[in-house]
Design a binder for this molecule. Structure first.
Ligand code: FAD
Ligand code: ZN
Length: 229
């Protein structure tokens, strides 16, 4: 109780499996007395593209635009656009951030990748040398909860798509761990479109059950062997 959760959610359809997984999480956390904030990216019409419009006011170098340098400076001055500032506040408040999404091309949907590109600004999420175990978000937990088209068997070491952990490397290590998050094991709901209703209900139940004791979980050992051995 008293913990704060942010769910960054990317699905166009509330009746989707992703919508149901998101709802399950909201329910469990509310029962726990935790506060839940949701960034429903499609409903918000969240802009995915990282552009000059993310900086309000004058640029440091309008002759040669550098997104990273300009957003870092704008963050310090408090002149990032309102959309980004709002999301950064939500992240700042959260003890746990859950990313709920359907796997698109072995990765996040563009709208969610865009949220990451624009919200995890240098100076806010990381800085140099504040990366990985010293990342600026190191007091927080992150979980990827996603659905796939492919089956669990396809995402095994000898399966056609290879071990699911190969694709978790850029998302969990390159992004979450880089920014300091302690990464909890991913919640993967395989192939909901191709299983029966019973299996889908089971996936939702197992997510609900896991979330009941989520605050007791230890983060994964987020180093190359976890992914590639
Ligand atoms: P939905 O189709 O919305 O839901 C599946 C079923 O669950 C539906 O029948 C729905 O009615 C049912 N359902 C919803 N709620 C409940 C409930 N409470 N109880 C019981 N049933 C319920 N897949 C890969 O594996 N690898 C890829 O690289 C990949 N790339 C993609 C790229 C793109 C651009 C796209 C569009 C898809 C890609 N996919 C890929 C497939 C994608 O990951 C799946 O289509 C998606 O994960 C399915 O999840 P969903 O929430 O959209 O399913
Ligand atoms: Zn790592």
């Amino acid at each position: 109780a008293g913990k704060k959760v942010l769910i960054v959610y990317a699905h166009q359809e509330p009746k989707s499996m992703n919508g149901s997984l998101k709802n399950v999480a909201v329910d469990v956390f509310q029962k726990q007395g935790c506060s839940v904030d949701i960034s429903d990216l499609y409903s918000m019409n969240f802009i995915a593209a990282a552009t000059r419009n993310d900086i309000t006011g004058e640029l440091c170098n309008p002759q040669h635009f550098r997104y990273g340098a300009e957003t870092m400076e704008a963050f310090k001055k408090g002149v990032l656009c309102e959309e980004i500032i709002k999301e950064q506040k939500k992240v700042q408040e959260a003890d746990l951030v859950i990313f709920q999404f359907p796997l698109y091309w072995f990765s996040f949907p563009a709208i969610m990748k865009g949220w990451i590109d624009r919200v995890f600004v240098q100076g806010f999420a990381f800085d140099f040398p504040s990366i990985y175990y010293n990342g600026l978000l190191k007091e927080k937990l992150a979980i990827l909860s996603f659905t796939t088209g492919g089956t669990e068997e396809m995402f095994s070491k000898n399966g056609v798509s290879g071990d699911i952990r190969y694709l978790l490397w850029p998302m969990q290590h390159g992004i979450m761990h880089f920014c300091g998050f302690k990464v909890l094991a991913p919640q993967i709901s395989y192939a909901p479109e191709y299983t029966g209703d019973k299996e889908r209900k089971d996936m939702l139940l197992s997510w609900a059950k896991r979330l009941e004791t989520i605050w007791e979980e230890q983060p994964i050992e987020c180093t190359p062997p976890w992914y590639f051995q």
